[in-house]
Design a protein around this ligand. Structure first.
Ligand code: NAP
Ligand code: ZN
Length: 361
């Protein structure tokens, strides 16, 4: 077995701390990666705190992974040691169902294997994520990071980037469309940058007044305080598409009424408890649609990375040592992230080296 070190939660209500665990040895189709950076997604927090009621402890989160290939199995053709690569939210899927054949592995009819907190189908037990020094992944689920992007700032593209790019593409956002983005967090700030690069007129909705100026700096054309009814009323019946990335339950009607006839609001935020049910009349009177979307397929993730490479798009990050991860979670809950925490995995290696030296002394 391959030995790994990482930061994880041993049990519910335990802070994340240094732990050792095992992964499978790389097989013929696998790539072994030394992780350099890992983004911190709100889904990591939902999982560590068992907010979706599906967490198996111990859990090592992290699905915005960037690192260097250190070893490739005999049948790996697309990667070689030294390559800068990424791994997102999935590390496997059945690869033969209708969704997988359509390149939509995230909707695999047999259930995809998540990067963490999923069944490890080869050696049993659970998968462990990217708050770690290494990972082993089937090459089909490994992505190329464009050379011109800063590797630390590119890490959040692997989840926040694809989760926003995929619905913007699926609902056909094009030049000149008026697009609303709800919530200026990790996902929201990537959505602004990507929608702006697609040529849309971007309007950001925030509950935090202090973020309005940032929204414009990030590429929004307008920023609206969603708690101000007058500001909201000015946008009624005017949007071609709204992407809602809020991590908490809230009133969806406030945004549905902003859509034009026949247009869609897509939810990507995944709060622990449900939103209050929207008013059906807000849907039927204008044939509006309320939808959801989950990350994106592997081919589409590569397409998104290449698009970000072409447009020079990365995340605005705060690089943290892994020892600060528990504070980072508290700050994320207070919407105090500008706009994605990324863990510098050198801090994990140093912590482990110090602990080993102490043990020997
Ligand atoms: P984040 O960085 O914490 O951002 C969430 C934003 O939501 C906050 O910055 C805040 O924006 C807004 N918000 C938070 N609490 C709120 C409240 N009580 N009322 C109104 N707005 C509130 O989180 P993230 O990493 O972007 O993730 C966002 C959500 O998407 C999470 O639920 C996550 O699990 C989910 N997610 C889904 C997918 C998918 O495939 N569908 C993938 C990744 C993540 P303002 O301060 O601007 O109001
Ligand atoms: Zn995520």
């Amino acid at each position: 077995m391959l030995q790994s070190i990482g930061y994880g939660a041993a049990e519910l209500n335990q802070p994340l701390d240094l732990m050792q665990f095992e992964r499978r040895e790389p097989g013929p189709h696998d790539v072994q990666i030394d992780i350099e950076y890992c983004g911190v997604c709100h889904s990591d927090l939902h999982t560590v705190r068992n907010e979706w009621n599906n967490t198996v402890y111990p859990v090592v989160p992290g699905h915005e992974i960037v690192g260097r290939v250190t070893y490739v199995g005999a049948h790996v053709s697309r990667f070689k040691p030294g390559d800068l690569v990424g791994v997102g939210c999935m590390v496997d899927s059945c690869q033969h169902c209708e969704s997988c054949e359509d390149g939509l592995e995230q909707y695999c009819e047999n259930g995809f294997t998540g990067t963490y907190n999923s069944e490890e189908t080869q050696i049993g037990g659970m998968t462990f994520g990217g708050y770690a020094d290494n990972i082993v992944v089937n090459e089909k689920f490994v992505l190329r990071i464009p050379d011109n992007l800063d590797p630390a700032a590119a890490a959040p593209l692997l989840c926040a980037g694809i989760t926003t790019y995929s619905p913007l593409r699926h609902w056909g956002v094009k030049k000149g469309d008026k697009v609303g983005i709800v919530g200026l967090g990790g996902l929201g700030h990537m959505a602004i940058k990507i929608a702006h690069a697609m040529g849309a007129h971007v309007v950001l909705f925030t509950t935090t007044k202090g973020k309005k100026a940032d929204a414009i700096r990030l590429g929004a054309d307008e920023a609206v305080l969603s708690t101000d009814p007058t500001e909201m009323a000015a946008h009624e019946n005017s949007f071609d598409f709204i992407l809602n990335a809020v991590a908490a339950p809230h009133n969806l009607d406030a945004f549905l009424v902003l859509l034009k006839r026949d247009r869609t609001m897509t939810l990507v935020g995944a709060p622990a408890s449900p939103h209050p049910s929207p008013q059906v009349f807000n849907l039927i009177m204008k044939r509006r649609q309320l939808a959801g979307s989950l990350i994106g397929g592997i081919a589409e993730t590569q397409e998104m990375l290449d698009f970000c490479g072409e447009h020079g798009i990365v995340s605005d990050i705060e690089l943290i040592p892994i020892q600060k991860i528990n504070d980072a979670y508290e700050r994320m809950l207070k919407s105090d992230v500008k706009y994605r925490f990324v863990i510098d995995m050198a801090s994990l290696r140093n912590a482990h080296a110090e602990k080993s030296t102490d043990a020997k002394a």
